[in-house]
Design a protein around this ligand. Structure first.
Ligand SMILES: Nc1ncnc2c1ncn2[C@@H]1O[C@H](COP(=O)(O)OP(=O)(O)OP(=O)(O)O)[C@@H](O)[C@H]1O
Ligand SMILES: [Mg+2]
Length: 256
């Protein structure tokens, strides 16, 4: 046994992967040779290991979140969406609403940035070390339907409940039948004052009775969702359409 093998074995047992990497590569070893002071050397190694583990955990959280793509608040053109107060959204990005299990609702027509803002807040939460899950109302209720058939409904509901922030996109594109409405209620009820939820919908609240199976359930859902909620009404023409029509250098009024 030589010293290097013992060291490698020890690093493996302690799962210090980043430290091992640094010792195994020439560039890594050269980097370490710069340190004359042992405390600075140890501090460097510890920092490297901590940073590598943080990055791995972040990647795991990011994959678990299942975002449809990357969106940030910095790519959001607040000038194009004057109905949304930038300072209010930036305040949400401090993520106090997640820590206090409050909700956010983005309402508005197609293409105005509801999913963009929801995902941007979700990304910020992942970066801040929080556990996030993005889904659509359709996917959520389909999934709960399937788990009901498999006898796993309770477990599946609990899985959704474990995230610090649950994002439910596209509520209202399709109406939900009695079972799906009940499942949706159970998700919101379980989250109430325990877990933050972001909901986006292209339908105003008055039309939610057409989304769910009965009006009692709509009242119960709205009651819980809106008790501690930050509400945004987005307005205007679709940004998708605007961008599309701007291509070729021509600006055309979208479907005036
Ligand atoms: N103000 C904006 N600044 C920058 N990009 C925007 C803005 N509004 C929308 N977008 C972009 O336009 C596209 C459509 O926006 P988004 O998907 O958020 O719309 P939506 O409100 O969720 O619409 P839908 O109800 O159809 O789902 C996305 O690519 C989004 O990034
Ligand atoms: Mg959307």
């Amino acid at each position: 046994m030589n010293g290097m093998e013992d060291l490698e074995g020890g690093l493996k047992r302690l799962k210090l992967r980043r430290v091992r990497e640094l010792l195994e590569s020439d560039a890594g070893r050269e980097g370490l040779a710069r340190f004359k002071d042992p405390i600075s050397l140890v501090a460097y190694l510890v920092n490297e290991e901590v940073a590598a583990r943080d990055a791995t955990q972040r990647d795991i959280r990011l994959r678990a979140a299942k975002f449809p793509g990357r969106k940030t608040l910095d790519d959001f053109d607040f000038g194009a969406q004057p109905a949304v107060n930038e300072a209010r959204v930036r305040m949400l990005a401090s993520l106090d609403f997640v820590r206090s299990a409050e909700n956010v609702v983005f309402l508005g027509p197609s293409g105005v940035g509801k999913t963009h803002l929801a995902v941007a807040l979700g990304y910020a939460a992942v970066e801040a070390g929080l556990n996030v899950r993005f889904t659509t109302a359709q996917e959520l209720t389909d999934n709960l339907y399937a788990s009901l058939a498999d006898g796993n409904l309770k477990r599946e509901l609990e899985r959704y409940g474990k995230f610090d922030l649950l994002i439910i996109d596209e509520l209202g594109f399709l109406s939900l039948d009695k079972t799906a409405s009940n499942h949706f209620f159970q998700v919101i009820n379980q989250a109430y004052e325990r877990q933050a939820v972001i909901v986006t919908s292209n339908r105003p609240f008055q039309e939610w009775s057409g989304v769910f199976h009965d009006s009692v359930i709509v009242t119960a859902i709205l009651d819980r969702l809106l008790h501690h909620a930050h509400l945004f009404n987005l307005k205007g023409d679709s940004y998708r359409l605007k961008n599309h029509l701007k291509r070729d250098g021509k600006e055309v009024t979208p479907l005036a």
